[in-house]
Ligand binder design. Structure first.
Ligand code: NAD
Length: 494
C-alpha cells in the first residue's frame, strides 16, 4: 500500500496534477495535508511533485504550443469568453471552495472570483489592444511590429488568493499564445483543479494549461527547466528573490512579486467616517492576508477623532462572520508574537484580537482585528510584513515626516493618503515610494486595464503582472520590414 492509500479519507480526494488535459498521479508518494483554517480539519492531501512531474508537464505544453500559438488571437480568446461565463455561473461553488481551503469569508471568496472574471474580460479584449503597428517608413517600404508568444511559461502562486492570483496570469499569458504550467500554493491547491476543469470545459485544447502541485522542488525544477521561457511568481519577498535569481541565472524572463508593508497616511482633515471605515476594511479584509492590506497607519498630527471611530468599527467586527481565520496555526502564533512584542515594547493595544474564538470552530486559526497605537518606526511590527489583521499606528507631526516613514520601508507595493486637500493628496502620490498609490482608498488595487505591480522589494523584474503591463512580459515583438515595390530604389537600408 502507498502512503496515500493508508491515509484517512478526507472530504476531497487527494489532489492530482493536471497534464495534457487530464488529471494524473504524481511521480511521488510524499503528500502534505490540506487544512481548512476555520476548523483545522484535513480536507485533502497535496503531492509534493518532483522534477520529472515538471518535465512531463513541460513536454505536454511543448507539444500543444505549435497548434495553440498558430491559431489567430481572435480565435484563442473565444475560450476566455466561455471561461468568464463559467466563472460567473459557478461563482457560488468556486467561492465556497476558496473559503474552505483559504479561510476567507464567503463574500471575500466571491469578490475574488468576480475579480478573476474581470481579469478574463481583459484577456478577451487583447485582440483589440495588441493589434500591430504599421507605417510606410520610406516610399514603398513598410515597417510593422507583431507580437509573438514566448512558448512554455510558468506561473507560481501564493496561498492568499487561490482563485484570483492564478487568474492574474492564466488568461493573458494563454490568450497571447503561450502554454502554461501553474504551480499553486501547496496550502490551497484545490481551486487550481477547478480552474483546470473550467478551462477544459471552455474548450481549451489539451496541453495548453497544466497544473503541477508541490513546493520548493517543483519551483526549482521550473526555474531550471531549459524549455520554460518565462516564470512569473507571486509570494513573499524572500522566495521572490530566490526565484528571480534562479530563473534569470538560467536566462529566463522573470517577474517576481514579493511581500508588502503598506502605509496609509492619515491627515487631520480626512473625512472621519470614510477614513475610519476604509482603513479598518483594508487592514482586516481577508484577515489582513493581502499584499494590499493596510499595515501601518501614519497618523499626522491631530487624528484622535479618526482613531476613536476606527476602534469602534474594528470592535464591531465579528470573527468567523466578518473576519476569517489566518491560514495556519503557525501564522496565528507568528502574528500573536508580533503583537506581544510590540505591547512589551510600550505600544498600546487599542483593539485586541488575540483571544478571538468562534463557537463550534475552536480549532480554527482566528485572530480578530487588532489596532496598536504609539508604535515606533524602529519596532519589528512596524517594519516586517505581519500578514494578519493587525494595524499599527505610528504618529508624526507633518506630511514630510509621514513620507519619510513610508519611504524608509524596503517594500513598495501600495500607499494611500486620507485627506480632503487636493494639494496634499498630489504631494503624497508623487513622493510615496510605492507602485500603487491611492487617495481616500484603503486598497488601491488598479482595476483592468490598469496593471498591478509594486516597487522596490515588492517586485523584481520589468513590467507588471496584469493589464497592459503584462503584454510585454508574455510576448516578444517581431519587427518586420518589407519592400514590394522595385521602384523604391536603393538607399542606406537596402
Ligand atoms: P510564499 O513565498 O511562502 O510562497 C509562494 C510560492 O512559493 C508557493 O507556491 C510556494 O510553494 C513557493 N515556495 C515556498 N517556499 C519556497 C522555496 N524555498 N523555494 C521555492 N519555492 C518556494 O508566499 P505565501 O506565504 O504563499 O504568500 C504570502 C506572501 O505573498 C506574502 O508575502 C504576500 O505579501 C505575498 N503576495 C504578494 C502579492 C503581490 O502582488 N506583491 C500578492 C499576493 C501575495
Amino acid at each position: 500500500m502507498t502512503a496515500i492509500e493508508q491515509s484517512a479519507p478526507t472530504k476531497y480526494p487527494d489532489v492530482r496534477n493536471y497534464i495534457g488535459g487530464t488529471f494524473v498521479d504524481p511521480s511521488v508518494e510524499e503528500h502534505l495535508d490540506v487544512t481548512n483554517p476555520a476548523d483545522g480539519s484535513v480536507i485533502s492531501r497535496v503531492p509534493l511533485s518532483a522534477a520529472n512531474d515538471v518535465d512531463r508537464a513541460v513536454a505536454a505544453a511543448k507539444e500543444a504550443f505549435p497548434g495553440w500559438s498558430g491559431m489567430p488571437i481572435k480565435e484563442r480568446v473565444q475560450v476566455f469568453f466561455k471561461y468568464k461565463a463559467l466563472l460567473e455561473k459557478n461563482i457560488d461553488e468556486l467561492a465556497a471552495l476558496v473559503t474552505e481551503e483559504n479561510g476567507k469569508v464567503l463574500n471575500e471568496g466571491r469578490a475574488e472570483v468576480l475579480k478573476s472574471a474581470e481579469l478574463t474580460e481583459f484577456a478577451c479584449s487583447l485582440p483589440q489592444i495588441t493589434a500591430g503597428e504599421v507605417l510606410e517608413v520610406s516610399r514603398g517600404v513598410e515597417c510593422r511590429v507583431e507580437r509573438f508568444p514566448l512558448g512554455v511559461v510558468a506561473s507560481i502562486a501564493p496561498f492568499n488568493f487561490p482563485n484570483m492570483v492564478p487568474n492574474w496570469t492564466i488568461p493573458n499569458a494563454i490568450a497571447l499564445g503561450n502554454c502554461m504550467i501553474l504551480k499553486p500554493s501547496e496550502l490551497v491547491p484545490i481551486s487550481a483543479g477547478r480552474i483546470a476543469e473550467l478551462l477544459r470545459d471552455s474548450g481549451l485544447p489539451p496541453g495548453v494549461f497544466q497544473v503541477v502541485h508541490g513546493g520548493r522542488d517543483a519551483v526549482e525544477a521550473i526555474c531550471d527547466h531549459p524549455d520554460i521561457a518565462a516564470v512569473s511568481f507571486v509570494g513573499s519577498t524572500k522566495i521572490a528573490k530566490l526565484v528571480y535569481r534562479r530563473a534569470t541565472a538560467n536566462l529566463k524572463r522573470c517577474l517576481a512579486l514579493g511581500g508588502a508593508k503598506n502605509h496609509l497616511i492619515v491627515m487631520p482633515d480626512a473625512d472621519r467616517e470614510m477614513a475610519a471605515t476604509n482603513i479598518v476594511a483594508s487592514m482586516s479584509g481577508c484577515a489582513g492576508q493581502r499584499c494590499m492590506a493596510a499595515s501601518v497607519m501614519v497618523a499626522v498630527s491631530k487624528t484622535d477623532h479618526i482613531i476613536e471611530r476606527m476602534v469602534d468599527v474594528a470592535k464591531a467586527m465579528v470573527p468567523g462572520k466578518d473576519v476569517g481565520p489566518v491560514i495556519s496555526a503557525a501564522a496565528k502564533e507568528r502574528i500573536t508574537r508580533y503583537i506581544d512584542e510590540a505591547e512589551a515594547g510600550g505600544a498600546k493595544v487599542l483593539v485586541d484580537g488575540r483571544r478571538a474564538s468562534v463557537a463550534g470552530k475552536e480549532n480554527g486559526y482566528f485572530i480578530g482585528p487588532t489596532i496598536i497605537d504609539h508604535v515606533t518606526p524602529d519596532m519589528r511590527i512596524a517594519q516586517d510584513e505581519v500578514f494578519g489583521p493587525v494595524l499599527v499606528i505610528v504618529r508624526t507631526p507633518d506630511v514630510d515626516g509621514a513620507l519619510a516613514i513610508e519611504n524608509a520601508s524596503p517594500y513598495g507595493n501600495a500607499a494611500s493618503v486620507f485627506t480632503e486637500s487636493g494639494g496634499v493628496a498630489r504631494y503624497v502620490m508623487e513622493h510615496a515610494s510605492a507602485g500603487m498609490v491611492g487617495v481616500n482608498v484603503g486598497v488601491p488595487v488598479p482595476r483592468e486595464p490598469f496593471s498591478f505591480g509594486g516597487w522596490n522589494e515588492s517586485k523584481f523584474g520589468v513590467g507588471d503582472i496584469t493589464g497592459r503591463g503584462s503584454i510585454e512580459f508574455w510576448t516578444q515583438s517581431k519587427k518586420m520590414t518589407t519592400k514590394w515595390n522595385k521602384e523604391a530604389g536603393v538607399n542606406w537600408m537596402s
